[in-house]
Ligand binder design. Sequence first.
Ligand code: HEC
Ligand code: HEC
Length: 358
Amino acid sequence: MNKILHPIAITFYVVILIISLPYILPEKELKVFSDDELREVALERDMASIPSNYEALLKVVDNPENPMSREKIALGKKLFFDTVLSQDKSISCASCHNLEEGGDDDISTAIGYLGQENPFHLNSPTVLNAALAKSQFWNASAKDVEEQAGGPIQAPFEMHMTPKEVEQRLNDSSEYVTKFKTLFSEDKVTFENVRKAIGAYERTLLTRGAYDTFLEGDNDAISQQAKRGMTLFITKGCKGCHTGMSVGGQSIQRFPLRSYIAEYIGLLFSSNIEIKESPFPFENKGGFLGKDDSLKFRVPILRNISKTAPYFHNGSVKELEEAVRIMSKYQIGDEFSPEEIEDMVAFLKTLDGELVEY
Ligand code: HEC
Ligand code: HEC
């Protein structure tokens, strides 16, 4: 048989061709949408603006098991800022979730009762828009903001209280007792109702910015560069995970999704082969490996992302540019060029917003 046409040789040619395809084919150009097309594509894919009035808000976030009312929201707000919920009366929810500064604390790991660091070196996520998420916490262990609120109050390294201590303290305050009585028709303050009131307030912590105005029809609300970034966000697959009105928080996903053999064995043929110990492309402070150590994390909310540095579950990355580069390489397998990173960051900045006064 002709050696050139031998089946083994043909298989060899095909394999070589497949391997070299990405190098032969011209690089895929970024799809260019008109402004209206971009908006249409975004809206079709579940990207949505935050409601700007109370009636519309209720449709989006009200919880049938904890119906919202203006009085309950006001009570929850008071509790959110009240240090009475912590053992030494020095810490409130707002200590770690500063609403003026992106809803988090700007430090890589949270610091709570008696200056203790979070034992898993976990970074405080933002409370802004968290009510829109399908689950709470980096490992998705709480179902909603009502359930979540009980966590930090009891965590020994956060507020270090027991439900009983919370009830005793609040029942000592005639102001709280009166407010709880009228709202929940029970004669005493209960821990469950404390969680509910805080949850009702958190459901109003939604922010609106340029992104929302663009989605609502104003083509000039965001720059051309941000529109290129938004196109990348949709067409390259970021949107697949960072989805919904909150631009994240809807699912748990593996991170890092891709690994690169070269990083695990160092330079091949070099004398100092290094074995990579951490699964992460950044320092593995705290050793937290996601839900059940499966490297699955609740996908973070990207609204207000430019104000919530440092990034990732253990706050190891300071710059948003670097967080985007890591995502492009390890989550979508298409490492962005410096220009693409800048475009993406310009888009992500349009997700910054101001609290809506409902
Ligand atoms: C000592 C700092 C600290 C305090 C105090 C604190 N938190 Fe947090 N908060 C964190 C950290 C750290 C996490 C992430 C923990 C995890 O994922 O296991 C978190 C997570 C959350 C989340 C989940 C957000 C998301 O997207 O998953 C919400 C909501 C929240 N906190 C609200 C509150 C409320 C309400 C209070 C007061 C009752 C409070 N926090 C008190 C540090 C704090
Ligand atoms: C397969 C799902 C998935 C895809 C696709 C994805 N991400 Fe992520 N993203 C995650 C997860 C999970 C985390 C949290 C990882 C951690 O903290 O360890 C994250 C974290 C981030 C963070 C840091 C958030 C914070 O608050 O610390 C940014 C910024 C981000 N992603 C942007 C992007 C961009 C831009 C793209 C597209 C290039 C993208 N992501 C694609 C799942 C994904």
